[in-house]
Design a protein around this ligand. Structure first.
Ligand code: C5P
Length: 238
């Protein structure tokens, strides 16, 4: 399933995971035109806050604000409203916060000029079945992801964050139009590091992922632009 370059770029979200403000901005400039979205997550946000989100937003690509909110519904609703007003195009909450919390996030996000897509993080891609057992959650990641994704859709979320390994089953179960955002992307030969449920960029797209979140394979490369281009080439190859 070869993508056009424009489709490939639209599929790529680069996680700008660094504590250095200059490095976030440098990466965003170098990767402009090569990524459809820039993800600002906990590391950069806890260092530089909302100002950094506005700065990245103004560099030309929509911002995916990945703060993985998880709190009581009232608190999440208010934080979601703030995230929406910051101009994020997408932001995350933990599905494990429950359906009422997800509904509250959607309600808070709707209270902005351009409501962002609320994504529910299902099971972190760093957790495997054994780690879930250790948390007292039996049955494996795939089943849990499915239950939480169905709950997220009922609650009005635009989509979920899942691993590429669950994407095909979710696409079949939930149909088109529900966003599947997949971290745990590793080009062939790249180090998994702390990620456990991984796949290559091509496999993720073939499984039905709409957005591939890629961090260290690009940001940790000697030449981030070249690393992004290699992923785009993989997605466009016949
Ligand atoms: O460096 P790497 O490609 O592993 O980065 C993945 C990014 O996706 C990180 O920013 C991480 O916070 C985020 N993420 C994840 N697993 C989830 C949700 C978000 O790895 N379930």
């Amino acid at each position: 399933m070869a993508l056009t370059r424009a489709q490939a770029v639209a599929h790529l979200a680069v996680a700008l995971d660094t504590s250095e403000r200059d490095e976030v901005v440098r990466l965003a400039r170098v990767l402009a035109g090569r990524a459809g979205t820039f993800k600002v997550g906990l590391e950069a946000f806890t260092a530089h806050g909302p100002d950094l989100v506005r700065e990245v937003r103004d560099l030309g690509a929509p911002v995916f604000l990945d703060l993985k909110l998880h709190d009581i519904p009232n608190t999440v609703e208010r934080a979601a409203r703030n995230a929406a007003r910051l101009g994020a195009a997408m932001f995350t909450v933990h599905a494990s916060g429950g359906e009422a919390m997800l509904r509250a996030a959607v309600a808070g996000a709707a209270d902005a000029e351009r409501p962002p897509a609320v994504l529910a993080v299902t099971v972190l891609t760093s957790l495997d079945d054994a780690a879930l057992e250790g948390l007292g959650i039996p049955g494996g990641a795939a089943g849990r992801v499915r239950v939480w994704a169905e709950m997220a859709r009922r609650a009005g979320c635009a989509g979920v964050v899942c691993s590429p390994q669950e994407a095909a089953a979710l696409r079949a179960a939930l149909g088109a139009g529900f966003l599947l955002v997949t971290p745990g992307i590793r080009p062939a030969g790249a180090a998994s590091a702390d990620q456990r449920r991984v796949a290559t960029p091509r496999a993720a797209v073939e499984a039905g992922a709409d957005v591939l979140v890629v961090g260290r394979p690009i940001t940790g490369a000697a030449d981030p632009a070249a690393a992004a281009e290699a992923i785009l080439a993989e997605l466009c190859a016949p």
